[in-house]
Design a protein around this ligand. Sequence first.
Ligand SMILES: *[C@@H]1O[C@H](CO)[C@@H](O)[C@H](O)[C@H]1NC(C)=O
Ligand SMILES: *[C@@H]1O[C@H](CO)[C@@H](O)[C@H](O)[C@H]1NC(C)=O
Ligand SMILES: *[C@@H]1O[C@H](CO)[C@@H](O)[C@H](O)[C@H]1NC(C)=O
Length: 191
Amino acid sequence: MEKLIIIVASAMTFLLAIGPAYGQYYSETVTPPPRREKMTRLHFFFHDILSGKNPGAVPIALPNITNAGLFLTLIAMDDPLTIGPELTSTNIGNAQGIYVWTARDPTMFSAVFYADFAFTSGRFNGSSFGLFSRYPETEIARASEQVIELAVVGGRGAFRMATGYALTRVTYASAENGDASLEFNVTLYHY
Ligand SMILES: *[C@@H]1O[C@H](CO)[C@@H](O)[C@H](O)[C@H]1NC(C)=O
Ligand SMILES: *[C@@H]1O[C@H](CO)[C@@H](O)[C@H](O)[C@H]1NC(C)=O
Ligand SMILES: *[C@@H]1O[C@H](CO)[C@@H](O)[C@H](O)[C@H]1NC(C)=O
């Protein structure tokens, strides 16, 4: 208890010490210097693994309705990104976030993704891009035949202020456990 009081007290002292500098509203608008836009293309595979002892994706909230399948189920994910189509190929990052399953028909897949795709190796180690997009409705049985476009809405590190898009296609899907792998071609415009 005493320790806690000391910690709280010293944290407050710190806040008081830096308080005035940050306590003032500040605003400035200027014309930025011209910037040169760069374009980066990324190719990798994303694995949404719901099965097994170490799933990367877990349903965290289900609507209280019956006979609706996964409709409006919220799934949290920390899914691996690899260089090759196999889950066991070299890992280069992860996609963290959530998606909402929006297909009412159990033979269809559609969702809205809110996710951050981060890289942990190579040139873009520490950088990430943000994906916020609808994954339009596709027939599950024919998902591998369709290329889907997803929107990139920002980024961190090398991808700060990125805009762009991802083209993706299902390369593996299990009807039994819901596991899926997707190939991604991402085009990013950044500075
Ligand atoms: C789920 O819905 C049923 C039927 O509408 C209701 O009786 C039940 O209380 C609900 N459960 C929760 C946890 O909201
Ligand atoms: C990526 O960056 C982290 C943090 O800077 C560093 O610890 C790690 O070794 C880097 N990984 C590779 C493969 O370069
Ligand atoms: C990604 O790009 C490669 C090389 O151009 C192409 O072979 C592949 O079909 C593309 N995949 C998707 C999902 O766009």
